[in-house]
Design a protein around this ligand. Sequence first.
Ligand code: SF4
Length: 280
Amino acid sequence: MEIILGKTAGFCTGITLALDKTNKELDKSDKVECLGDLLHNDQVLEKLKNKGLVVINDIKEAKQKVIIRAHGVKKDVYDYAKENGIELVDCTCPKVLRVHNLAEELSKKGYYVVLFGERKHAEVLGTFSFCKQGEIIENLDELKQRIDYLNKQEKVAVITQTTYNLQKFSEIEKYLKENLTTENEVYNSICNATENRQKETEEIAKQVDYMIIIGGKKSSNTNKLYEISKKYCKKAIKIETVQELYNEDLKNINKIGVMAGASTPKESIDEVIKYLKERD
Ligand code: SF4
C-alpha cells in the first residue's frame, strides 16, 4: 500500500504562534483564561486544560488576563477589555488581523462590505464586527438571491473568511465579474496556508483510492479539506484520532492519501501513518 502524506498537513503558522504564546503564559501561571477554545482539536485542548488553561465563553466572565485565540474576536471584546482593565494576550493570527483591518478600512471608505464565510463562525463574526455596513453571504446560491440588492448599493467590497473554499470562491468571482454592475472591489482574503493545503488536498485526492483527513470535528478548515476529498476521490473519511480507522475496510486499497487540518498536531498524523504502515 502506498501512502501519500500531504506536505502541508498539520499546524499552520497562526496556530503554532497561538500555542507558543499560550504555553509561555501557562509556564508563568498555573491558571490562564482563554476566550473560547484555543483551537479546534480536543486532544491538544485537553493537554492545555491539564496545564491550567480555563476556557471562558464571554469576556464578562474574565478575571484578569485573557488569551484571544487565533480566529480573533469581535471589536467589542477589545472595547470591553480596555474599559474594564482586562489584559489581553492577543493570539489572533496576523493573517486574520489583516482581514479585520481590510474590513475596517473598506467600511470607512463607504463600501458595503460583503463577507463570504460561515455565518456563525467566530472568525467571520469577528471580521464582520469591523464593518459598519454590509452582510455575510455563505455561498453562490445566496449571492444570486442578493445580487439585485447589492447592485443598488453605491459601491460594494467583497472579502472572504481566511479558510473559505478556494474553488467555490473562484466560481463566486466569476459570477461577480458577470453580474455585479455597481462599483466594486473584490479581495480574495483566503490565507495562503489554507490555499496551499486545499490545492495539495485536491492533487492528492485525484491520485489515490482512499483519502484520510485528520482534524477536529468543529474545525472549519478540516471540513473543507474533507469536502474537496469527497469531490475528487471515490472514498474519503474524516477522523479525529487513529482509533476511527480501526473498523475501516482497507482491502483492495493500493494508494492512500493523508492530509490534516491546521489544528492537527504532528503526533496525531504520525499515529495514523504508523497504523497504516502496520496494517499493510
Ligand atoms: S488558517 Fe491561516 S489565517 Fe487561520 S490561523 Fe492558520 S495561518 Fe492564520
